[in-house]
Design a protein around this ligand. Structure first.
Ligand SMILES: [Fe+2]
Length: 382
């Protein structure tokens, strides 16, 4: 086996774990926290609740809510300016992938200077970051666990993948109680993102035994518990999705992703599509593309999805992929690209695939994918 590493933050998981945020901030040496969130989380009351918890421990904060979905370079750079002007010492984000990735971007600029685009790609951040605590409000993005940060470069209309071990926060707080305030749509979009993380990490060229078991666990939990989490909103089912999202994040943070996420980033950056919308469209098509180089592993995934084997490994793999298409259809989500992009914009797929081929996630896809092959995948799911 090749030498491998496995980096994760300190994870505080469980119902009511948000209440530990104040003590955790103190442990990180916080005197003045830079608190990042967005309007939606604020409206749901979670920002105020976190502020009350910090206040109880005598921790001060500066609040930054200049975050949009698909966070942009300008929002990160503005946040870093405010962080430095206020002499903040610890960064805390509460929210989904957008506030957490913004917080990570701010941490990079505040400690390393320059523009966020200077750090695009793998291992380009040289100096240590300020202490970070991330509190996720979704069961999906995994930004609270991962060494990834995805920021849109507005000028180039592209989502940049910034990947470095120092982006793993010091502490991740995961409180499943927060999921109760999420909409049906958001629960589905987050869960399919986690599912894509688990599947792409499992077949990644740098997967290890430590990431593989996390991937399979996540796939199993999402397939079994997403239906009841959506239908009944039972806390037990929502909690299972939280566990799945953590497992999937531990896997992809250390094994990286693949061509599906490379495409998802480029499509999302160009058309400002929500990340969770893209996976039911692309994931199974990319799995079929990968079959040639990852048959055994895709058969493992098929066995977990189907809960049984079907004939030869290739048959199990294909039956699993088919079942996954049915699984997505059962939630009545978009599975065709043309429902998200107008016919008049179809010509843009070519430049988008040329961008996607250079995304860092494409490097670890089990079957090397050229831009022409990515385009073929997009045409298949048109
Ligand atoms: Fe993702």
């Amino acid at each position: 086996m090749d030498i491998t590493k496995f980096a994760i933050p300190e994870i505080i998981f469980g119902r009511g774990s948000l209440n530990y945020a104040g003590q955790c901030a103190l442990r990180l040496g916080a005197k003045k926290v830079f608190l990042v969130s967005d309007a939606g989380i604020e409206e749901a009351g979670w920002v105020q609740q976190l502020m009350d918890i910090l206040k109880k421990e005598g921790v001060e904060w500066v609040y930054y809510s200049g975050v949009t979905s698909n966070p942009r370079d300008i929002e990160v750079e503005e946040g870093a300016k405010i962080y430095l002007e206020n002499g903040a010492d610890v960064i805390i984000a509460i929210g989904g992938g957008s506030p957490m990735d913004t917080a990570k971007g701010i941490a990079i600029i505040a400690s390393n200077g320059g523009k966020i685009r200077d750090y695009e790609g793998a291992n380009r951040v040289k100096r240590p970051l300020p202490p970070m605590m991330l509190i996720t409000t979704t069961a999906g993005s995994g930004s609270d666990i991962s060494q990834f940060c995805i920021i849109t470069d507005v000028q180039r209309a592209v989502k940049m993948s910034i990947i470095t071990r120092t982006l793993v926060p010091n502490i991740s707080i995961i409180d499943p109680l927060i999921l109760r305030t999420k909409s049906r749509t958001l629960i589905i979009q987050s869960a399919v993102d986690a599912l894509a993380h688990a599947i792409e990490a499992y077949v990644s060229t740098i997967a290890s035994p430590f990431t593989e078991m996390q991937s399979l666990k996540a796939i199993d939990l999402i397939v079994r518990y997403l239906p009841c989490a959506v239908e009944s909103r039972s806390l037990d089912c929502l909690e299972k999705l939280s566990i799945a999202a953590v497992s999937a994040s531990m896997a992809f943070s250390n094994a990286s992703l693949g061509a599906e996420h490379a495409l998802a980033h480029s499509l999302g950056g160009y058309f400002d599509m929500r990340h969770g919308v893209v996976h039911p469209i692309l994931l199974t098509a990319v799995m079929r593309f990968n079959l040639e180089n990852a048959e055994t592993k895709l058969a493992d995934i098929g066995r977990v999805i189907l809960n049984r084997k079907v004939g030869l490994p290739r048959d199990t793999a294909l039956a699993g992929i088919e079942k996954l298409d049915e699984f997505f259809a059962s939630f009545k989500v978009t599975q065709r690209l043309r429902e998200e992009i107008g016919e008049e914009e179809k010509y843009l797929l070519k430049p988008i695939c040329k961008m996607a081929v250079n995304d860092a996630c494409n490097l670890t896809n089990p079957r090397p994918a050229s831009w022409q092959e990515l385009l073929k995948i997009c045409e298949e799911v048109w």
